[in-house]
Design a protein around this ligand. Structure first.
Ligand code: FES
Length: 576
């Protein structure tokens, strides 16, 4: 990395603290109010530690300790650390969905970094949407930043069996609905599925997005695989603190690292991991903030070439603790080196190729060779057709193979409340060959494009042993979920996309290999239905909900807010 070493007068924070004037006197005297001496802050890069800890975020319970460990590293390297709390988005508790608030955290991060005397930032995240939100905000602010991943929690256990976050909850819930699991067993599962701090330890959105952050060059090498409670994780936090001081002196900004090639590396990594379908929406949004144009088609092009080699649930058998012990992300990336643009720069100061050089695999059943891959093609396919003119996605590795080429009769539910009320009604008489269709679950319709896409299978079919059906919606699905679920249909039904026009009994064809989703209804009939279609009233008409409804884009555009994605560069704040 070419050195652009700055002297103290060139630090951004020097504008606050260096001048001999009344305002700077105020800034310095207020640091002294907090007990700092001139030696603590003078001529040092100010490092903001953006901490998403709170008592409502179950995945970040160790972040108070980690923030202290980051500070230790910052002090050691000659920086001045300042911990700043930002919105604590918990995937487990936020309603309607944390995705509804991703852009709000991104906005908060951007403006927090911009308005304070910050020279560099440590972004502390992991739980699902915290990862893209922190990166989107830091990219827009374009202040030197390093991402500190929360790390996966330890594996779950029940009666001697490994439990994976989310995935095994869905699996055993189906068994309970089918009458195969008693209440005691279900309660024991609740005790055993989440046993330590850290994010979900299957290849859900958190594990996918943190690995992607590393592939983009924003993390220390290997950091994203380290389990949250390992002592290595604490040492990694201090190393982040030391490294970000160098990044601040060298003025290495996110947009310098987040090139088109870096985003290709992120997609390759996503595909090799069999990553969460959510990654597509987040990567498009993150690329938009970096000024890189990314289309759905790029994901499909790369998925044709890159095999899934991570044998991790829900596509595979293992969990993240096994992945770490098998060599982790560095070993996986070294295994797929031919697909990577290895000369991309990273926050380590080295290229991605240098970071992964020589990384070994210690368990070749967890990290497979391309010859013994979990799937020959990548983890996510993009489909189009008259039901999804702007595209939709499916994760074939998590679906029953018999459903990947399937024609069936639509059973339509107009929204989630309708689905909940009627899905188990035996008088509907659904069969395993029918296709369950959910409308009004997209970015505007739900709102927030929630993770409802793994639509429930009727109890009476579960009892007959059915465990997968084709399910179609404009919703997302948790990365820990599985099934033949077609997601992110665009345009969404709430704005009059063709999904809004589907009626009970219509025939639908899903052809994953041919990348098609087709509604077998004539164009004339669709025109007739469209003429009768009326948009619903927005449910939220004030506050954040109003801003959201006015500004949100569709899934293939990343569901970013238009006013955060578009427009000229925001100038540095005036300092008076
Ligand atoms: Fe936080 Fe799954 S609940 S990552």
């Amino acid at each position: 990395m070419a050195s652009k070493k700055r002297d103290p007068s060139q630090l951004r924070s020097a504008r606050w603290f260096a001048p001999d004037d009344q305002r700077s006197f105020g800034h310095r005297s207020r640091l002294k109010q907090m007990g700092y001496d001139t030696e603590d802050f003078q001529a040092k890069p100010v490092i903001a530690i953006l901490n998403t800890w709170s008592e409502v975020n179950n995945c970040h319970t160790h972040f108070r300790d980690r923030a202290e460990e980051v500070k230790r590293g910052v002090w050691q390297a000659g920086g001045f650390p300042m911990e700043i709390p930002v919105m604590s988005m918990s995937e487990s508790f936020m309603k309607p969905t944390s995705m509804y608030y991703r852009n709000l955290l991104a906005l908060e991060v951007e403006e927090t970094l911009r308005c304070y005397p910050v020279d560099g930032a440590v972004l502390m995240g992991g739980c699902d949407k915290t990862v893209p939100a922190l990166i989107m905000g830091a990219t827009s602010a374009n202040i030197p930043s390093i991402f500190l991943p929360a790390g996966p929690m330890l594996k779950g256990c029940w009666r001697g069996e490994t439990l994976g976050s989310g995935t095994d909850m869905w699996r055993y819930w189906a068994e309970r609905q089918a009458g195969n699991l008693c209440e005691d067993g279900w309660n024991e599962l609740e005790d055993g599925i989440a046993r330590s701090p850290g994010h979900c330890m299957t290849m859900g959105t958190a594990s996918t997005m943190t690995a992607i952050a590393e592939a983009l060059g924003l993390c220390l090498p290997g950091s994203t695989s380290i389990p949250a409670v390992h002592s290595t994780h604490a040492r990694m936090a201090s190393a982040c603190g030391r490294r970000v001081v160098d990044l601040a002196w060298d003025s290495v900004t996110p947009r310098e690292l987040l090139t088109g090639d870096a985003f290709d590396n992120a997609i390759v990594t996503d595909m090799a991991l069999g990553g969460s379908t959510n990654a597509i929406i987040h990567l498009i949004a993150m690329a938009g903030r970096a000024g890189v144009s990314l289309s759905l088609d790029r994901f499909d092009e790369i998925s044709q070439q890159v095999p899934v080699i991570a044998n991790i649930r829900p596509s595979g058998e293992y969990v993240m603790e096994d992945f770490y012990d098998a060599g982790g992300i560095l070993a996986l990336l070294e295994q797929i080196r031919p697909f990577l643009k290895t000369d991309c720069l990273t926050v380590s100061g080295k290229t991605l190729g240098e970071n992964i050089a020589g990384a070994e695999i210690y368990n070749d059943d967890v990290i497979r060779s391309p010859e013994r891959s979990v799937s020959k093609a990548g983890g996510t396919f993009v489909l189009r057709g008259n039901l999804a003119p702007d595209g939709c996605v499916i994760k074939p590795t998590a679906a029953e193979e018999r459903l990947l080429q399937h024609t069936g009769k639509a059973a339509v539910f107009s929204d989630y409340a309708d689905l909940k009320a009627r899905i188990h009604d035996e008088s509907l008489g659904l069969t395993e060959d029918d296709i369950i269709v959910l409308q009004n679950a997209g970015p505007i319709g739900a709102p927030g494009i929630p993770e409802w896409g793994m639509l429930p299978i009727p109890d009476y079919l579960l009892k007959k042993g059915v465990r997968d059906m084709v399910r179609i919606s404009d919703a997302r699905m948790s990365g820990t979920s599985y099934g033949a679920c077609v997601l992110h249909i665009a345009p969404e039904s709430a704005i009059g996309g063709p999904l809004a026009l589907v009626q009970d009994g219509d025939m639908i064809t899903l052809d994953v290999e041919g990348r098609k989703l087709h509604l077998d209804v004539s164009d004339d009939e669709l025109e007739r239905r469209k003429a009768q279609w009326q948009p619903g009233e927005p449910r939220i008409k004030r506050g954040y909900g109003k801003l959201y409804a006015d500004e949100i884009t569709q899934a293939p555009e990343g569901c970013d807010f238009r006013f955060l994605h578009d427009g000229p560069e925001t100038p540095e704040p005036d300092i008076f």
